[in-house]
Design a protein around this ligand. Structure first.
Ligand SMILES: *Cc1c(COP(=O)(O)O)cnc(C)c1O
Length: 227
C-alpha cells in the first residue's frame, strides 16, 4: 500500500467508527477526497484505492487535472468560491457545486449546463459564523435561493454546506453544524428531495458525523498537508 491508500483506509475507518458510535449507518456518509493543490498522480493513487469523488476549490488548477484524468470515472465536486465569469467552465467540468451563494450564479450554471449532461447537483453554502471574509449566505436568504435553484431545470438542489470558523471554540463549530442540520430539515418541507448535509473536514469529521453529515470533505488526512 502507498501512503495515500493507507491514509484513505484510515479515513474510511474513522467514518465507520464515528457512524457506529452514534448509531448511524456508515453507508449513509459519502467521502469526498479534497485534492486541491495536489498533482494528478495523487488523485490516481486515491482512485486506485477505490475513491471516486474528488473536490477542487480553484478552477484554474482543477481544469488541467480534470482533463489529464479524463480516462478515469471521477465525479468532480466544485467546493471553492464561485465567480460569475467561471460558471461556464464549472457547469461543463463538474458534477456537483457545494458553494452556491447567489441566485445569479444559479441561473448562469443552469444556462451553461449541457442538455445531454445530468443536472448539476447543488448545495447552498451557509455562513453561520458571521465571518465576513467567508462565503455563504445567512439563513434568512435561504428560502429564496433554494426556490431559485428549484426553478432551474438543469440544476438539482441536493442540500446545504458550511465551513466552520476554524478559530472559534469546538462547541461553536458544533452549534453551526447543528444549525445547518435544522435548516436542512426545514428545507425539506418545500424541497423533499434534499438529502445532503456537506459538513466535516479532517479536523472535525467525527463531530460532523454526530451532527448528521452525509458527505465529509477530507483533504489533509488523505493527501497530506498542503504547501
Ligand atoms: C480545503 C477544504 C476542505 C478540506 O480540508 P482539510 O482540513 O484539508 O481536510 C474541505 N472543504 C473545503 C471547502 C475546503 O476548502
Amino acid at each position: 500500500m502507498n501512503p495515500i491508500s493507507e491514509r484513505l483506509a484510515k479515513v474510511r475507518e474513522r467514518i465507520t467508527l464515528a457512524a457506529n458510535a452514534c448509531g448511524r449507518n456508515p453507508d449513509g456518509i459519502r467521502l469526498l477526497a479534497v485534492s486541491k493543490t495536489k498533482p494528478p498522480e495523487d488523485i490516481r493513487a486515491a482512485y486506485a484505492a477505490g475513491q471516486r469523488a474528488f473536490g477542487e476549490n480553484y478552477l484554474q488548477d482543477a481544469v488541467p487535472k480534470i482533463l489529464a484524468l479524463d480516462d478515469l470515472d471521477i465525479e468532480w465536486h466544485f467546493i471553492g468560491r464561485l465567480q460569475g465569469n467561471k460558471t461556464d467552465s464549472i457547469a461543463r467540468h463538474f458534477a456537483w457545486v457545494h458553494s452556491l451563494e447567489k441566485i445569479k450564479h444559479a441561473q448562469q450554471l443552469d444556462r451553461h449546463r449541457a442538455a445531454q449532461a445530468a443536472p448539476l447537483d447543488i448545495c447552498i453554502q451557509l455562513n453561520l459564523s458571521g465571518e465576513t471574509s467567508k462565503g455563504g449566505i445567512g439563513p434568512d436568504a435561504l428560502p429564496a435561493l433554494a426556490a431559485a435553484v428549484a426553478a432551474c431545470p438543469r440544476l438539482c438542489l441536493r442540500g446545504l454546506m458550511t465551513l466552520p470558523d476554524p478559530l472559534s471554540p469546538a462547541a461553536a463549530q458544533v452549534a453551526a453544524f447543528e444549525e445547518l442540520a435544522r435548516l436542512l430539515d426545514r428545507l425539506r418541507a418545500d424541497h423533499p428531495q434534499v438529502d445532503t448535509l456537506s459538513i466535516g473536514m479532517s479536523a472535525d469529521l467525527e463531530a460532523a458525523i454526530r451532527s448528521g453529515s452525509t458527505l465529509v470533505r477530507i483533504g489533509t488526512d488523505i493527501f497530506g498537508p498542503r504547501a
